[in-house]
Design a protein around this ligand. Structure first.
Ligand SMILES: Cc1c2[nH]c(c1CCC(=O)O)Cc1[nH]c(c(CCC(=O)O)c1C)Cc1[nH]c(c(CCC(=O)O)c1C)Cc1[nH]c(c(C)c1CCC(=O)O)C2
Length: 343
């Protein structure tokens, strides 16, 4: 069998690829008119996530438009609480909502049936692998236990994750049990995505940045290390990108202690520090999504700075967080052309 030429896998193996491969977090989404069209047809947001036909279509849309080096499975990190029967809904303007969980609820959680519930997602992954160009890397993903737990405890998004932080102090045993079950399910879920055709996976810890040092170690590092170890024990070839948003100087230890193949960097990570982190292994990031909204000079300067600081080492070009609905699709074309040095 010939090995497909997937640049992102080369970077994940520690190689420098020039120009760097590129994909964008949330590259399938509301900034694209074709996404908004499909979204209307699919019904609710979760209906879209569980429809192999529509989820495949929206995953492919940004690949057709921009030829990104990776496609990321269209789904959401909150399909796990949904599979755990937490009554998850997404309503326009309110973001995700679910039943807030208490300690009794945590002790009542069961992993049974979770992967069955997620079978349509695996069907989407296998359709994608057969429909994508050979050279496009297919990324699977899950949320990190801490970030998923913050939604399960509050029942919705919060600016500072105060409900989950307080819960962890008040109910340490129940909270640990929640992290453990989420880590176990997430590892199985990632293995299932890899078996269905994902080339690599990303773990999103979007709320890692609100944790103090001790809690970062216990709630962000440990569960992610456990997931990666469990996936590697079963699928030694699997590549993992870990994105701990807001982790700052703790990122140095985060890579070493989780054993991630690459770490994602948000836009607050100084490029001098990013270059140091790159000496330990591949990095991904870290353009401020607002530069994509602004376009023009701020966009050009931001891209230049990243390419200058990180372009000589293993880099996957990305944003420092998801692209926002107000981004102009034409600015994304400019971004891709500049990174690829196309005039
Ligand atoms: C925290 C988190 C969530 N979901 C996700 C995270 C981690 C990354 C991050 O921090 O952005 C991850 C995610 N969500 C989505 C993807 C799909 C793949 C891709 O990146 O293109 C991925 C990888 C689609 C989505 N997930 C969601 C949308 C928008 C919903 C819609 O189309 O109506 C999309 C395209 C909904 C969602 N899902 C979530 C929130 C808070 C919201 C509401 C906020 C919003 O509306 O942007 C939870």
């Amino acid at each position: 069998m010939s090995t497909p030429n997937r640049k992102i896998l080369d970077v994940l193996n520690g190689k420098t690829v020039s120009p760097p491969p590129i994909w964008l977090m949330r590259q399938a989404g509301r900034y694209l008119p074709e996404y908004r069209e499909t979204r209307k047809k699919a019904g609710s947001f979760l209906d879209l996530c569980y429809s192999p036909e529509f989820a495949t279509e929206v995953t492919l849309q940004p690949i057709r438009r921009y030829g990104f080096d990776a496609a990321i499975l269209f789904s959401d990190i909150l399909v796990i609480p949904d599979a755990l029967k937490r009554n998850v809904t997404f309503t326009e303007g309110h973001g995700p909502q679910m039943d807030p969980i208490d300690p009794d609820g945590i002790y009542g959680l069961s992993a049974d049936g979770v992967l069955d519930h997620l079978k349509p997602v695996m069907e989407t992954v296998s359709r994608l692998r057969s429909e994508l160009p050979q050279e496009t890397t297919l990324l699977g993903f899950c949320g990190a236990p801490w970030t998923v737990a913050t939604y399960m405890i509050a029942g919705h998004g919060t600016p500072d994750q105060a409900p989950a932080r307080l819960f962890a102090y008040r109910h340490p045993e129940a909270f640990q049990r929640l992290l453990d079950i989420l880590a176990e399910i997430s590892a199985d879920y990632l293995v299932a995505q890899i078996d269905a055709g994902a080339d690599a996976v990303q773990i999103f810890d979007s709320w890692a940045g609100v944790l103090g040092e001790t809690e970062f170690e216990a709630f962000a590092v440990k569960p992610v290390r456990r997931i990666i170890a469990s996936v590697r024990a079963r699928r030694p070839q699997a590549k993992v990108i870990a994105f701990a948003k807001g982790a700052g100087i703790l990122l140095k230890r985060y890579r070493q202690d989780t054993n991630a193949d690459a770490i994602g960097l948000d836009w607050s990570v100084p490029l001098s520090f990013a270059a140091e982190l790159q000496k330990d292994g591949p990095v991904q990031g870290n353009l401020d999504p607002m530069r994509v909204v602004a376009g023009g000079v701020p966009l050009r300067d931001g891209i230049d700075a990243i390419l200058q600081a990180l372009g000589q080492g293993p880099l996957i070009f990305n944003l420092g967080h998801g692209i926002t609905p107000q981004a102009d699709p034409a600015h994304v074309t400019d971004l891709v052309n500049q990174v690829r040095n196309v005039r």
